[in-house]
Design a protein around this ligand. Structure first.
Ligand SMILES: [Zn+2]
Length: 178
């Protein structure tokens, strides 16, 4: 590949690589580690938004909870996706705050997240993410109802029903909605 040479400074290689992967969907091999790299254009899709409301109901804002304990029955773990809402500042990874230093998977809904759940704020539709960091936000502002789309009913979810025909279950002992 001609974009990179062995004697170019690392900073220049980094800039060149970033330029190569700037167009949406563009991929390129990293000259250092040989992995294919790409900027991810993230959106909050309907399942993420629905799952987010499960978390919002499961614990007050700022309260850490193990994400595995909040789940949608019959639609099991979409947790990996909902965690991406950290890029908009709506969820926070509480790994550092684990008192026992145990494994990750503990998250909290932030104040902004709670406001998003209540439709008091909107967020940009797209987060451009590289190496787990947001490069920029793009697109029009959306609220959680836009994110839920036609698949899930916001008012039903906020009133404590599943929002569709599935049952939402939190923990092993109780049904949150139902
Ligand atoms: Zn690399």
């Amino acid at each position: 590949m001609t974009e990179f040479s062995d004697d170019m400074p690392l900073g220049a290689a980094r800039d060149a690589l970033r330029e190569l992967i700037t167009p949406r969907g563009a991929k390129h091999r990293c000259p250092l580690c040989a992995r294919t790299t790409q900027i991810q254009w993230r959106t909050i899709h309907s399942s993420m938004a629905r799952y987010f409301l499960v978390l919002y109901h499961a614990a007050p804002p700022g309260t850490a909870m193990p994400i595995r304990d909040a789940r949608i029955a019959g639609d099991s773990i979409k947790g990996a996706d909902v965690c991406k809402m950290k890029y908009w500042g709506l969820l926070k990874d509480e790994r550092e705050r684990r008192p026992d230093g145990g494994p990750g998977g503990w998250w909290s809904v932030t104040e902004a997240g709670a406001r998003f759940a209540r439709r008091e704020i909107t967020v940009p539709r797209i987060a451009r993410v590289y190496a787990d960091r947001v490069l920029s936000f793009e697109g029009k502002q959306v609220d959680i109802r836009d994110c839920l789309g036609d698949r899930f009913n916001y008012d039903a979810l906020m009133a404590g029903s599943p929002g569709d025909d599935d049952a939402l279950v939190v923990g092993t002992g109780g049904t949150l909605f139902g």
